[in-house]
Write a protein that binds this ligand. Structure first.
Ligand code: PLP
Length: 395
């Protein structure tokens, strides 16, 4: 007897992405066949070093940079830590002790800055308002000759809004401060040119663009000096100690090559799918509203379903085979309303009724049609259960 298989639809690509088959093959091949230590002088070591060089060129090309400016790390969190702690450590002797970031950053940035504020640093958190975008005039008002570093993310992981990075970076530079951007949600999914962005430091994570988990990179503009956050050997030109993860880095390099080759096509295809999903939800499900009205990455849509607990909707959708999220994977399970939606001025109720749909390469028209058909009856059933009327306005 043939049992019909439920369609499984993954719409949580901002949490992580499926690993590309070519990446799996590369990682496996390198693990089996190229186990040399890239610092060794013999042929085994030099073969491993050649793989690192190749991956470095690929990751540099992804962000339109020089390969000597790429430092491999253990992922986005470590890249953010190296950028912020490394810049702070290097600049501290100059007497500057002030950091600026935004209220909607990922925890990797927020908690790193919070930690520094317990050690002689002060910090200013720029607001975003209902658009989910930082206003450059707020940076102008907050910055001074005391500011060492400004760290503002390229695109937000929960709502997808893109920040006016080049404009913000110009302001930082006018005051002699460095500028870091967490590009974990854009690298490999959105065109990036570090010179156009005008930044000094840019964080990348492999698993957000079909590469392996636990590997990433920090782009460090030539001439920018950082203190190393790991003490140990002299790997990565003294900027990141520890024997390199050659297999993971090779996988990252392949993922970068694949992403760069298809970037324009994939970005616009996902944008069409996302726009259709969003338009149909707004049209067919009463009491819904999009969170984040500024310019966005094309794969992300964050929608409030008034009168519904997002966790209940997430579970109901999961039972239908549809995987979405209530926000950042790192803070899910905390039951706290999203700090991003709260920072945008939304009520705890609206924040707690919000679902993030984040699309990726495997998503098809057919899948989006299935989601659009599945949602209205699920939402209306959940609203009946919670005794809510449907013809409601979102606040
Ligand atoms: N920054 C942003 C914007 C993210 O979305 C994430 C992961 O969700 C990170 C940093 C952390 O990256 P990683 O999971 O590679 O440590």
């Amino acid at each position: 007897m043939v049992r019909s298989q439920k369609m499984r639809i993954y719409l949580d690509h901002n949490a992580t992405t499926p690993v590309d088959a070519a990446v799996v093959d590369t990682v496996s091949d390198v693990l089996s066949n190229c186990y040399g230590n890239a610092s060794s002088v013999h042929t085994f070591g030099q073969s491993a070093k050649a793989l690192l060089d190749d991956a470095r060129r690929a990751v540099a090309a992804l962000v339109d940079a020089q390969s000597s400016e790429i430092v491999f790390t253990g992922g986005g969190t470590e890249s953010d830590n190296l950028a912020i702690r490394g810049a702070a450590g290097r600049i501290k002797p100059s007497g500057r002790r002030h950091l600026i970031t935004s209220t909607i950053e990922h925890e990797a940035v927020l908690n790193t800055i919070k930690d520094l504020t317990q050690h002689d640093w002060t910090a200013t958190y720029l607001p975003v308002g209902a658009t989910g975008v930082v206003n450059p005039s707020d940076l102008e008002a907050a910055i001074s000759e005391q500011t060492a570093l400004v760290s503002i993310m390229h695109a937000n992981n929960e709502i997808g809004t893109l920040q006016p990075i080049s404009e913000l970076a110009s302001i930082a530079h006018a005051y002699g401060a460095l500028f870091h951007t967490d590009a974990v949600q854009t690298a490999g999914k959105h065109p990036i040119s570090v010179s156009e962005l005008n930044v000094d430091l840019l964080s990348i994570s492999g698993h957000k663009f079909n590469g392996p988990k636990g590997v990433g990179a920090l782009w460090i503009k030539r001439g920018t000096r950082l203190t190393s956050s790991l003490t140990g050997g002299r790997q990565e030109r003294n900027r990141r100690a520890g024997t390199e993860n050659v297999a993971g880095i090779s996988g990252l390099g392949i993922a970068a090559k694949i992403a760069l080759n298809k970037l324009d096509h994939d970005t616009s295809r996902l944008g069409q799918l996302r726009d259709r999903l969003e338009a149909e939800i707004l049209c067919n499900v009463p009491g819904t509203e999009v969170n984040g009205t500024g310019q966005r990455v094309t794969n992300t849509s964050n929608i409030s379903f008034l009168g519904i607990e997002a966790e209940a909707l997430l579970i109901a959708l999961d039972l239908e085979g549809i995987a979405v999220s209530t926000g950042s994977a790192c803070s899910s399970g905390t039951l706290e309303p999203s700090h991003v939606l709260r920072a945008m001025g939304f009520s705890p109720q609206r924040a707690q009724s919000s679902i993030r749909f984040s699309l990726g390469l495997g998503n098809t028209d057919e899948q989006i049609t299935h989601v659009i058909r599945s949602l209205p009856p699920i939402v209306s059933k959940l609203r009946q259960l919670s005794g809510h009327q449907t013809a409601l306005r979102v606040s």
